[in-house]
Design a protein around this ligand. Structure first.
Ligand code: NAD
Length: 293
C-alpha cells in the first residue's frame, strides 16, 4: 500500500515529538509552524520538509494534521484569508484535528469541510509530552467510520490506545471532559497536600500513602514528585492550555444542559491561578497558588 502524504501544522511541545514518530515510522512529512525557529529541530531528517506557510504544506497532501493551541487558531488557519488551508487542500483530503479544540466548533468544521469535498475527524490526545515522545498517547476519535479507519494506521504511530467515541466533535468533547476530571483531581491533591503540610505531615509521605490507597490518581502517580514537590513545575503542559480545556468542558456541559456546579467551581480556581501566575506558567504550578494560600 502506498503511504499517504502528510502535512503537519503546529510543531510545538506536542506536535514536534508526534511528527518525529511519523518520520520514525517511515512517513514523509511536510511541516509548518508559525515559529520558524522550529525548522532547525528537524534538520537531521531527510523525510521532513519545512514549509514557510501552512498553504505550502497542505498542497497535495492526503492527510492534514493540526496540533494547534485552540479552536480559534484552528478556525483561523482553516478558513481565514486567501491562504486558508481549506482553499489550498486537494479534494478528498482528510483533516485530522489533534488539538484540544471545542466540540461544537469541530462539528461545524466537519460540515463545512464536507461541503468542499474534504473529510474531517477530531483526534485529540492525552498523555503529555512524555507519551508524545514515546508514541504511546491515548487518542480519542470523532467522525465517520471510513474517515477514522483511513486515519487509524497513521494515528497508531503516535498513540497506543485509540478509541472511536462517536461523530465529529465527540473526540473533542471526551478530551475536554477528561481534562476536567484530571484538573479536578490535581486540585484536590494540591489542597490535600497543603493541608497535611500545615498540620506538620511530610507531603512526600502523604503522597506515598495516596499512591497505596484509594486517593491515587494521575497527579499523585506522575506529577507530585516529578514536577510539584521539587518546585520544577515543568511538565510541558501550560496552565493556560489547561484553563482553556476547562473552559471548553464547562461550556460543553452547559450546552448539553447537564450539571455543572463542580466544574464551574473548578474552572474558577484555574482561572484565578492563570491570572496570578501569568503567561508561561506550567499547569502543575497551580500547587504554588494553593500551597501559599
Ligand atoms: P504549544 O504551544 O507548545 O504548540 C502549539 C504550536 O502551534 C506552537 O509551536 C505555535 O507556534 C503553533 N502555532 C500557533 N498558531 C499557529 C498558526 N496560526 N499557524 C501555525 N502554527 C501555529 O502547545 P502544545 O502543548 O503542543 O499543545 C498543542 C495542543 O495539544 C493544544 O490544544 C493542547 O491543549 C493540546 N495538548 C497538550 C498537551 C501537553 O502536555 N502539552 C497534552 C495533550 C493535549
Amino acid at each position: 500500500m502506498t503511504q499517504p502524504t502528510i502535512a503537519f501544522i503546529g510543531l510545538g511541545q506536542m506536535g514536534a515529538p508526534m511528527a518525529r514518530n511519523l518520520l520514525k515510522a517511515g512517513h514523509t512529512v511536510s511541516g509548518h509552524d508559525r515559529d520558524a525557529s522550529i525548522a532547525a529541530r528537524f534538520s537531521d531528517s531527510a523525510s521532513f520538509g519545512w514549509c514557510a506557510s501552512g498553504a505550502d504544506a497542505v498542497r497535495g497532501a492526503d492527510l492534514v494534521i493540526l496540533m494547534l493551541p485552540d479552536s480559534a487558531i484552528v478556525d483561523q488557519v482553516l478558513w481565514q484569508g486567501e491562504s486558508a488551508l481549506s482553499a489550498q487542500m486537494t479534494s478528498g483530503a482528510l483533516v485530522i484535528d489533534m488539538s484540544s479544540s471545542d466540540p461544537m466548533r469541530s462539528r461545524e468544521n466537519a460540515k463545512k469541510l464536507k461541503a468542499l469535498d474534504l473529510d474531517f475527524i477530531d483526534a485529540p490526545v492525552s498523555g503529555g509530552v512524555k507519551k508524545a515522545e514515546a508514541g504511546t498517547l491515548a487518542i480519542m476519535m470523532g467522525g465517520e467510520v471510513a474517515a477514522v479507519e483511513r486515519a487509524r494506521p497513521v494515528l497508531e504511530t503516535m498513540g497506543k490506545t485509540l478509541t472511536h467515541v462517536g461523530e465529529a466533535g465527540a473526540g473533542h468533547a471526551v478530551k475536554a471532559l477528561n481534562n476536567y476530571v484530571s484538573a479536578a483531581g490535581l486540585l484536590a491533591v494540591c489542597e490535600a497536600l497543603a493541608a497535611a503540610e500545615k498540620f506538620g505531615i511530610d507531603p512526600h509521605l502523604v503522597n506515598q500513602v495516596f499512591n497505596a490507597s484509594t486517593g491515587k490518581n494521575n497527579t499523585t502517580e506522575n506529577k507530585v514528585e516529578a514536577f510539584m514537590l521539587n518546585g520544577a513545575f515543568n511538565s510541558g503542559f501550560a496552565l493556560a492550555l489547561m484553563k482553556k480545556d476547562l473552559e471548553t468542558a464547562n461550556r460543553f456541559i452547559g450546552q448539553v444542559e447537564s450539571a455543572a456546579e463542580f466544574s464551574s467551581a473548578c474552572l474558577k480556581l484555574w482561572q484565578d491561578a492563570d491570572q496570578r501566575l501569568g503567561k508561561g506558567a506550567d499547569h502543575t504550578a497551580i500547587y504554588r497558588c494553593i500551597n501559599l494560600a
